[in-house]
Design a protein around this ligand. Structure first.
Ligand SMILES: Cc1cc2nc3c(=O)[nH]c(=O)nc-3n(C[C@H](O)[C@H](O)[C@H](O)COP(=O)(O)O)c2cc1C
Length: 372
């Protein structure tokens, strides 16, 4: 039914307008008590076997909403109502900014992919912090806060920019993510080089500890799939060295591999710059995740994201080493029953597996390969 609805309504609309419309509906539904209870009962039935402990937090399950969908923390309960086990808001920057000129979000329907060059359009960390502070949570969910660099701030002042957002947001974050991997902010991805990343992560850690003294806010870094393998290893080693809590693999890619087979010739070129997400990203995101797990094992929590469409995809990431998994693009194509399908499928796969718990399954395939 959703496919028909997508074809008739969303597909004919500009993708960003369609996003805002769907977003408004989700928020509106979450405001009506009877409706949200009903929707959550249908779309977010909880499976005991999927209960997950990660980053020192208890979650209903391992499957969350990736950053970028709810940039301003405006629909946390709405997304939780749809079944996401954690919601990563952001990317939030220290200064509010409009993002890149429109048009900046493109669908490649036949390839089940998106290209975006949104450019961190967001209200800024002061406004988002205020919104989070005022939030009266309806559903118990985990809220991750993803922070990035303000576009107009020069690279030399990036650390101070991230620290400002950390000071404002850490208190409201169940976990904090340093995003250094969006392709749409010039120079941002240079911060992935260890010489730049080490002082950045150390400063954010210090700022989080200074601002929040009642608990230790878990800190993660989100990396690009376009890093060379040696650079993936270098980030993994740095994460261990700094005692980081997690790595999120991966953000969107600037590559265009695996595209164009189904999409009419010239379409991709005409779209131009931006990060590609969805099905074509699946293989590389999985590779990066497996590589990270082979390097860090259970010392660091890994979050698998990129091209996850089905429960099989999510299960594959867990076996590769992900304790948590996230998705964004497939939600656009699959619609509101997506989380329900993923949860049901994951519970079935776990039951049919030799593993008693999800935690036991984490990394099993990568460990097997290493032992062979
Ligand atoms: C329109 C759009 C906006 C995004 N914005 C952000 C963002 O602000 N910060 C971020 O860390 N990732 C952002 N992402 C990347 C996603 O969080 C995710 O890493 C990526 O899309 C791969 O997952 P997917 O294939 O399931 O979409 C965005 C993705 C899309 C499609």
């Amino acid at each position: 039914m959703y496919r028909l609805f997508f074809d008739l309504i969303f597909k004919r609309m500009d993708p960003e307008k369609a996003h805002h419309l769907a977003f408004a509906w989700i928020r509106a539904a979450a405001r009506v008590p009877v409706l949200r209870t009903l929707v959550a009962a249908v779309l977010a039935p909880r499976h005991k076997a999927l209960r997950t402990e990660a980053l020192g937090l208890r979650m209903h399950g391992p499957f969350g909403l990736a950053a970028g969908f709810d940039k301003n923390a405006a629909a946390i309960d709405g997304m939780s109502m749809l079944g996401f086990d954690h919601i990563e808001i952001g990317t939030v920057t220290a200064q509010p900014q409009p993002g890149n000129p429109k048009k900046r979000l493109f669908r490649l329907v036949a390839d089940r992919a998106l290209i975006n060059r949104m450019g961190f359009n967001n209200d800024g960390s002061a406004a988002v912090a205020e919104r989070l502070a005022a939030r009266e949570a309806i559903f118990r969910t985990t809220v991750g806060v993803n922070i990035g660099k303000t576009k107009v701030v020069p690279e030399e002042e990036a650390v101070a920019d991230y620290v400002t957002s950390t000071e404002r947001l850490a208190a409201h974050a169940d976990y904090l993510v340093v995003n250094v991997s969006s392709p749409n902010t010039p120079g941002l991805r240079n911060l992935q080089a260890t010489e730049a990343l080490r002082p950045l992560l150390a400063a954010v850690r210090e700022a989080a500890d200074r601002t929040v003294t009642s608990r230790r806010v878990p800190l993660l870094v989100k990396i690009a799939p376009d890093l060379a393998d040696e650079d993936v290893d270098a980030v993994a080693d740095l994460a261990v060295e700094l005692g980081l809590d997690g790595i999120i693999a991966t953000n969107t890619t600037i590559a265009r591999d695996g595209l164009g087979l189904r999409t009419p010739k010239g379409t991709v070129e005409a779209i131009g710059a931006g990060g590609l997400s969805g099905a074509p990203l699946k293989e590389r995101s999985l590779q990066v995740l497996s590589r990270l797990y082979a390097r860090v094992g259970d010392r660091i929590t890994l979050v698998g994201v990129g091209g996850i469409e089905t429960a099989d995809d999510a299960w594959e990431r867990i076996l590769a080493g992900a304790t948590l998994v996230q998705g964004y693009s497939a939600f656009i194509y699959e619609g509101p029953f997506w989380c329900r399908k993923i949860h049901k499928g994951l519970a079935e796969r776990l039951a049919a597996s030799p593993y008693a718990t999800l935690a036991e399954a984490v990394g099993a395939e990568t460990r097997k390969k290493a032992a062979a």
